[in-house]
Design a protein around this ligand. Sequence first.
Ligand code: SAM
Length: 114
Amino acid sequence: MLHLGCGQDSRFWRVDSGEVDWYDLDLTPVIELRRRFYPEPERYHLIASSVTDLDWMAMVTANGRPALVVAEGVLMYLSEAGGGAPAGGDPGAATRAGLESGLPVTAGAAWAAG
Ligand SMILES: C[S@@+](CC[C@H](N)C(=O)[O-])C[C@H]1O[C@@H](n2cnc3c(N)ncnc32)[C@H](O)[C@@H]1O
């Protein structure tokens, strides 16, 4: 399972089958924030990278098994010109602000509010 632009999504912790290798990829500040909240068991991998910096491809393997790639709510931040810079500034800012406020909001709610 490869989740591009994972944000603070907690899907691994909700639907993990106990068998998959799971990769969550996002920009470095977002991954650093994740590391404050989520442990990293053996089959779970965090990748701090822009989706447009293709070096991350060397960090993932399906080990010959079927792969599912999810790019949910991220493609609109990528430009055809390249670079992958978010169109509207720092895309993780709203999520971080929501979590650091101590308010009982989900990452999705914090994002929507931003
Ligand atoms: C709207 S959030 C969606 C998060 C998650 N997929 C979800 O559905 O809850 C968009 C995410 O895309 C990430 N993102 C934006 N541009 C990116 C890029 N070039 N490379 C990797 N992640 C990127 C942002 O940091 C942010 O976490």
